[in-house]
Design a protein around this ligand. Structure first.
Ligand SMILES: Nc1nc2c(c(=O)[nH]1)N[C@H]1C(S)=C(S)[C@@H](COP(=O)(O)OP(=O)(O)OC[C@H]3O[C@@H](n4cnc5c(=O)[nH]c(N)nc54)[C@H](O)[C@@H]3O)O[C@H]1N2
Ligand SMILES: Nc1nc2c(c(=O)[nH]1)N[C@H]1C(S)=C(S)[C@@H](COP(=O)(O)OP(=O)(O)OC[C@H]3O[C@@H](n4cnc5c(=O)[nH]c(N)nc54)[C@H](O)[C@@H]3O)O[C@H]1N2
Ligand SMILES: [Mo]
Length: 721
């Protein structure tokens, strides 16, 4: 009998926890997965990480290259060899590039797993060397937050490390539910400890979340997409009651006087007072007044500005207003405070870790002049926003785009399922000349591919990931050989380069890339890191964003045009774009209860992240499916009005799509709002009714002026089936 080995590694999954896995392997097969049992603070894995064995060995795991034999989307495929697969892809890339130019080729790359080497860059690199490709722009998660934080602070690294929550007296969970979404391995654990230490905790959310139920003293239900109005009204109370930290503002901020005028309504005749906000947000004026006073009077206070309220029409305005509240109360750059910038500290944020992906991506198509300063993140004339991709494919140059789109490579992304307006995306994917999908599973997106290239999981390769909200790196140790004929992106990129006759791809292997990444980081010893799996940076105290600027204002400036926290954004003023104003404003946006469309579709839709999935991943694992049902949450008032009872099958629909799924009738969501958690797999029947419960059949393929994805803006109707 072979010995069982226990291999330490970290989970690189898309939730942003970098948790320790102890993987038991016997005869090259994983038999069990445990987690951290070492000294505190442990980095303990959740149900998904610990069930990963079922994901690796899932019966529906893609193990061989496939070519389409049926219609697009019909999911009829035939096994082929890697040689034939790569030959076919190289042939199509060459044909499309030579006839239509490189900009007609799109690489759609998203999260997948979050790591430094085996991300989508190996594929972007080969396409770049083949002549270039069109790069989509936009950040699904926190595009609005990043954009706003750049304007306000000149940086999007706005977060303190999570253990600093233990120094807070007052914590606002603004659209934030880390007991569900992890957002850093120990976030919920620190919140519970903060509460036990005496911090007062408030949740502002359309839902009474699990985090609120465990940690909050008060739940303030709010209408989605109205948070900027709520924040401005809090600013109104602070200003009119003279509760702001004037010394802090005088020293570190610019533009407060203009902001004051705007909030008091001196210039437009509309004071942004609590009564004004009550009508918009549904939050009683008294509640707003009380919260503003508590926040201003209890220092240090952490306003944890979640990114979900920013995933709305004009979501960047909320992020700007939240950060200004933090500055007004002097909570920036101090222990126990928070700059209220974007709150999901991933690849770039929290402690400013040095490591970067060592894979270089040249892209001649992208070699065009930079956009004006202050423009939305990475917007260039050579790019399309992710939410414009369907129009880019369907209309091309005739629709004003820079090219006609003919070919797409999808890597690390369940594009059809995870991006807005799934039915429209399905139509667009059918219109492509050629679609390649690199995947581990036959996802709704993979079903539309011409060629599917099967890829490894993070248990079948070596890599590095990083702590979110904590100053540490995790080593991802290879535990087993790749299943079937699966390959890593590095191998696929290299194979494709060979078929394309590209000689400059380079022959750096995985190990060399990893060593290069480590050599340019804070990690002192590669071998030790690999063995110990976690490398924690030696910090004397929790990291605090902007601490240096606050402690030494004469020598260290903010990276904004004025060198200060910009309450009035100069870059945004220079843009002279009315929907990107230099001072934060509440814009009503589209599909609100005041829209005539609300006569047909009276309910506001939010589409949250689900406990048992990471985005759309893990949806196909029986162990995990058992733990939670995909349902639409509906308030009992709205249910009664429709004759709907708990557990009924209901139809949720608007002009973009329709789905049928069971209902949860509950008091835990504010009346007038429904939640369809996203990530369930699109599964349309013959009538086009989605039986899977994929939220994006209902969402709109628009984006806010700052680029944010309005996944939490939309109207629907619910009726009993
Ligand atoms: N289990 C699990 N964890 C995950 C993920 C997952 O899919 N599953 N995904 C990971 C990824 S990629 C990301 S980006 C993060 C996402 O993390 P978040 O964006 O924080 O997660 P959400 O669940 O979308 O939203 C958090 C809360 O915001 C509330 N909310 C929604 N709209 C509004 C609004 O307009 N105003 C206010 N005030 N609140 C609102 C929701 O009701 C919810 O309780 O999570 C990561 N972690
Ligand atoms: N309605 C609605 N939609 C949303 C959101 C929302 O709040 N509401 N949130 C959005 C957010 S924040 C995000 S980040 C996006 C995420 O969108 P995606 O990144 O598209 O979501 P995932 O489900 O993580 O899809 C990743 C896919 O990559 C595959 N994969 C994993 N590892 C690898 C690998 O190593 N190689 C390859 N080739 N494939 C791999 C997985 O099997 C999975 O199918 O979703 C967005 N979609
Ligand atoms: Mo995300």
């Amino acid at each position: 009998m072979a010995e069982e080995k226990v291999i330490g590694t970290t989970c690189a999954s898309h939730c942003g926890g970098t948790c320790v896995l102890q993987v038991h392997v016997k005869d090259g097969v994983i038999t069990r997965i445990d987690t951290d049992s070492g000294p505190e603070p442990q980095l303990r894995a959740c149900l998904r990480g610990r069930a990963y064995r079922q994901r690796v060995y899932a019966p529906d795991r893609l193990l061989y290259p496939l070519k389409r034999v049926g219609e697009r989307g019909e999911a009829k495929f035939e096994r082929i060899s890697w040689d034939e697969a790569l030959e076919t892809v190289a042939g199509e890339v060459t044909r499309v590039r030579d006839i239509y130019g490189p900009a007609s080729m799109l690489v759609i790359n998203m999260g997948g797993d979050l790591s430094y080497v085996h991300n989508g860059r190996a594929i972007q690199r080969v396409m770049g060397l083949a002549g270039g490709f069109t790069m989509p722009w936009g950040l699904t998660s926190f595009g609005g937050g990043m954009y706003a934080s750049r304007a306000t602070y000149g940086s999007f690294a706005t977060a303190n490390n999570r253990d600093d929550l233990l120094n807070s007296k007052f914590i606002i969970l603004w659209g934030w539910d880390p007991a569900t979404t992890i957002c850093g391995t120990n976030t919920a654990w620190y919140l519970v400890q903060a509460k036990e230490k005496g911090a007062r905790v408030i949740s502002i959310d359309p839902k009474f979340t699990d985090t609120a139920s465990a940690c909050a003293h008060q739940w303030i239900p709010i209408r989605p997409g109205t948070d900027a109005a709520m924040a401005l009204a809090m600013a109104y109370v602070i200003i009119t009651e003279n509760l702001q930290d004037q010394k802090f503002l005088d020293t570190y901020a610019s533009g407060f006087d203009q902001f004051k005028d705007s909030v008091l309504g001196t210039n437009d005749g509309t004071p942004k007072n609590p009564q004004w906000a009550e009508a918009i947000t549904g939050v009683p004026a008294d509640t707003i007044v009380a919260l503003a006073r508590e926040y201003a009077n209890n220092k240090p206070a952490a306003l944890m500005a979640g990114i979900a309220p920013g995933r709305t029409a004009y979501g960047e305005q909320y992020h700007r207003a939240a950060s200004i509240l933090a500055a007004m109360t002097g909570n920036v750059g101090i222990h126990g405070g928070d700059a209220a910038g974007r709150a999901w500290e991933s690849i770039i944020g929290g402690y400013p870790l040095k490591m970067r992906s060592p894979i270089k991506v040249p892209n001649p198509v992208d070699d065009v002049p930079e956009p004006p300063r202050g423009s939305p993140t990475s917007y260039k004339a050579s790019r399309v926003h992710y939410n414009e991709i369907p129009d880019f494919i369907l209309k091309g140059k005739a629709g004003g785009f820079h090219a006609d789109c003919k070919l797409a490579l999808v890597v690390n992304c369940n594009y059809l399922n995870q991006f807005p307006n799934t039915n429209k995306i399905a139509k667009a994917l059918k219109a492509l000349d050629f679609l390649v999908v690199m995947e581990q599973f036959m996802t709704p997106t993979a079903k539309f591919a011409d060629i599917i290239l099967p890829t490894t999981t993070f248990l079948e390769r070596n890599d590095i990931d990083q702590g979110v909200g904590g100053a540490y790196y995790g080593f991802v140790n290879k535990c087993i050989e790749p299943c079937g004929e699966t390959r890593s992106h590095l191998d696929i990129g290299r194979g494709l380069a060979e078929k394309l006759g590209i000689t400059s791809y380079g022959d750096q292997n995985e190990e060399e890339y990893l060593r290069e990444a480590v050599s340019r980081s804070e990690v002192p010893d590669f071998e030790q890191f690999r063995k110990e799996v976690i490398y924690r940076l030696p910090l004397d105290e929790p990291y605090v964003a902007f601490q240096q600027q606050i402690e030494d204002p004469d020598n260290i400036a903010f990276k904004t045009p004025s060198g200060k926290i910009e309450i009035y954004s100069q870059h945004w003023a220079e843009l002279a774009q009315p929907d990107i104003p230099p001072l934060p404003q509440y814009f009503e946006g589209w599909e609100t209860p005041n829209d005539p469309l609300a006569q047909n579709y009276p309910l506001m839709l939010i589409t949250t992240h689900f406990r048992r999935r990471a985005l759309s991943q893990f949806e196909n694992l029986p162990w995990i499916r058992e733990t939670q049902r995909q349902v639409v949450m509906l308030n009992s008032v709205d249910a009664q009005a429709r004759g709907i009872a708990e557990g009924d099958m209901v139809r949720v629909f608007n002009d973009r799509g329709v789905m049928e799924l069971p209902v949860r009738v509950t008091e835990r969501i504010v009346p007038g709002v429904v939640d369809v958690p996203h990530g369930a797999w699109y599964d349309p029947d013959k009538e086009g009714v989605d039986r899977g419960g994929c939220a994006n059949v209902l969402t709109k393929d628009a984006y806010s002026p700052g680029g944010s994805f309005p996944y939490n803006t939309g109207l629907v109707q619910v009726e009993k089936v």
